[in-house]
Write a protein that binds this ligand. Structure first.
Ligand SMILES: N[C@@H](CCC(=O)N[C@@H](CS)C(=O)NCC(=O)O)C(=O)O
Length: 232
């Protein structure tokens, strides 16, 4: 059995999708990052980085419980465990790993910073807003080029490279991105959204309660590393 330490954010959504696609049984262990639950000693022992997602697989590779942190590593772990959503062909397999890294090192962090400056930072961040919006627009254009040439990110097959990018690219409203100029990304979002496993994943994500709207200023400061939590 897999324990999934989760909330509702895009990096966590990837893991719900993969678990549902693989039909693996799992327990959801909510960690409300808006209530500082990521900083408890119990969760820090599971993920010293103090972020969701993390999984603990009671039947790890050595037959004993195994913990995995970082959404890209978790996707790879589950793909290796099940033999699903990563091709055996060595070239295609490397394509998946490359595009997983593109998502982890670029799309996720740039979208995360854009959401921070666009939605959460105090006013007066024109430079940050402009920089991260520019980076995110370039990345949307990159995926538009890819998806204009292939049905899925690495080619004909739906893989963990799609599952990694999907929760961020579908997030156009939160990001304030114009999807009308990226018709292939839009068609890919619609195609993935229509999958039964993806619908099941979002039903479970939608049922998770979080206190984002009522988070205290202290919890927000701690989450964002500012105020008395800044170490600059
Ligand atoms: N690179 C990590 C990023 C995970 C991440 O940023 N998680 C956020 C979700 S809101 C989190 O737990 N933030 C809590 C914090 O930074 O204190 C991954 O892809 O798993």
């Amino acid at each position: 059995m897999i324990d999934l330490y989760a909330l509702t954010s895009p990096n966590v959504q990837k893991i719900f999708i993969m678990l549902e696609e693989c039909e693996l049984p799992y327990n959801i262990k909510p960690v409300d990052v808006w209530k500082s639950e990521q900083f408890t000693p119990e969760f820090t022992e599971i993920n010293p980085l103090q972020k969701v997602p993390a999984i603990v697989d009671s039947e790890g590779p050595a037959g004993t419980p195994y913990t995995v942190i970082e959404s890209g590593a978790i996707l790879l772990y589950l793909a290796e465990k099940t033999g699903k959503f990563i091709p055996h062909d060595p070239v295609k397999r490397n394509d998946v790993i490359q595009w997983l890294m593109v998502q982890m090192a670029n799309l996720g962090p740039m979208c995360g910073q854009l959401v921070h400056f666009f939605r959460f930072a105090p006013a007066g961040n024109d430079y940050g807003n402009s920089r991260y919006r520019t980076m995110v627009n370039k990345l949307f254009d990159l995926y538009e080029q890819r998806l204009a040439a292939h049905p899925f990110v690495i080619g004909a097959d739906y893989t963990i490279a799609d599952m990694a990018a999907f929760p961020w690219l579908r997030n156009v409203d939160l990001l304030g991105i114009d999807i009308s100029t990226r018709p292939h990304v839009k068609a890919w979002i619609d195609k993935i959204s229509a999958r039964d496993a993806v619908k099941r994943a979002y039903a479970k994500i939608g049922a998770i309660k979080s206190v984002r709207d009522t988070a205290t200023n202290d919890d927000k400061d701690r989450f964002f590393g500012r105020g008395k939590y800044a170490h600059a």
